[in-house]
Unconditional design. Structure first.
Length: 148
């Protein structure tokens, strides 16, 4: 069993907060935000724990990747896109199916998070439930493969 990191603890807190916001206050947009960041934190925890990455290494890899992309006239990745790509590439070593599932769930969850955080719309009950299922699927796959 791996030692719990602060990222892992914050991810658990974000999921608990999401459920509380969803259930007790019907703050659906806020719950989606917490779910998304809980998944980002869990993904970073996996990279830190299993790959021995730290923030400096991720930042260095991020800049290297985006410099390559710029030289090829390809749009640079955002920091979350890059983190999702890192996790995808890592999971793909064990399971293409799980890697694709995590990438698809993350991308779909990110769309909801952006809508909830930045658009002049509210997230509804169904969308919040969808986000929770997507987040739980991401966490389940990461735990199944790496956090026994």
């Amino acid at each position: 069993m791996e030692k719990e990191s602060f990222l892992s603890l914050k991810a658990k807190q974000n999921f608990a907060a999401a459920k509380l916001l969803f259930r007790d206050y019907t703050y659906y947009s806020c719950s989606v935000h917490c779910i998304y960041y809980g998944c980002i934190q869990t993904a970073k925890h996996v990279l830190f724990t299993i790959k021995s990455f730290d923030d400096k290494k991720i930042t260095r890899l991020y800049y290297l990747e985006n410099n390559k992309r710029r030289k090829k006239a390809i749009k640079p990745l955002g920091s979350h896109e890059f983190l999702i790509k890192l996790v995808y590439d890592f999971i793909k070593l064990k399971s293409h199916r799980d890697a694709n599932a995590v990438k698809n769930e993350f991308n779909s969850l990110k769309v909801l998070r952006l809508k909830g955080d930045y658009e002049n719309e509210l997230i509804n009950f169904v969308q919040s439930q969808q986000a929770l299922k997507q987040g739980e699927k991401i966490i389940h796959i990461l735990k199944k493969l790496y956090l026994k």
